[in-house]
Design a protein around this ligand. Sequence first.
Ligand code: TXA
Ligand code: MG
Length: 329
Amino acid sequence: MSQFLSNCSADALATMAQALKNGSLVAFPTETVYGLGADATNTTAVARIYKVKGRPADHPLIVHIANLKYLEQWISDIPEYAIALAREFWPGPMTLILRRSELAKDFITGGQNTVGIRIPDNSLALGLLEAFHKLGGSGIAAPSANRFGQVSPTTADAVKDELGSYLADSDVVLDGGPSEVGLESTIIDCTGNLPKILRPGAITIAMIEEVTSLKVFKSLDNQTDNFERDNIRVSGSLENHYAPKAKVFLDQQPVVSSGFIALEDIETPEGVIRLAAPKSVGEFARVLYSALREGDRQSLDSIYIIQPAGEGIAIAIRDRLVRSAKGSK
Ligand code: TXA
Ligand code: MG
């Protein structure tokens, strides 16, 4: 079993950074979800990420860095609007897709000529990244720390449940408490004239448009909230992602003994198990994945969810819910 660490000192973070340098995997908290990290320049270590996750090898990974100083080495070009987004929203729940440099090899980008970069807003993640850069590291590749197609983990315990039996003794899981946002980062393709959202998240269309003074390029089907991704391989955009073991039903009358998730002001129908009653859409995002996991822990056959309405992060919640419903059996 891998090591499990909480309350990390600077010394412990330096040891962890060294473990990454040596080719080990380190799962760490971020404000969105927990990531499974490896040295982004180490082909063997990155190959282990794919193995541990059970993820197809051609799906690209996000490279995490500690600050803007480390951005340039990874990219060959950056438009003005992306610089504005980086300055405003990093560290934060946003990934920018930019044209790659030589450093971003095919085993990171899935053979595409772009690379995804993010500066996470979490003190443990930033401490680990700083310590890693200090050792000469360029960046930490980290997908969400779940098995392919499953629900992303928002606690260290969830990481252990997902990946514990696949990790090696030398791998580490860092415990930083529950993730504050609870949904994966907004992914913005910055290779065109206009920013384009590939995966909605806590950085919303309105926030992007305000900072860039540009219209977000919309290939958005307004009726279903479905984001088109052209032919880019965004595994998080697969229709059957984010699925728990229970069957997920959206906006339907629940059957007895099923799980139920809805905003607080929606009453619990008789005979069902309330898994979450968030007071706001922000809280909905934060608790959704742990509520789905709790449904699985209780071996529920089905979970009924009333989708939150509105713009902002509600769009990201509905995006994940629709996929979750399609992916569950
Ligand atoms: O919040 C997050 O983004 C979390 C935390 C750990 O940072 N990470 C995360 O990674 O969600 P992952 O691998 O589970 O999802 C990242 C998505 C994948 O669907 C991947 O295909 C897409 O980002 N992606 C990565 N690089 C890309 C690129 N160059 N072009 C298009 N999509 C890319
Ligand atoms: Mg993922």
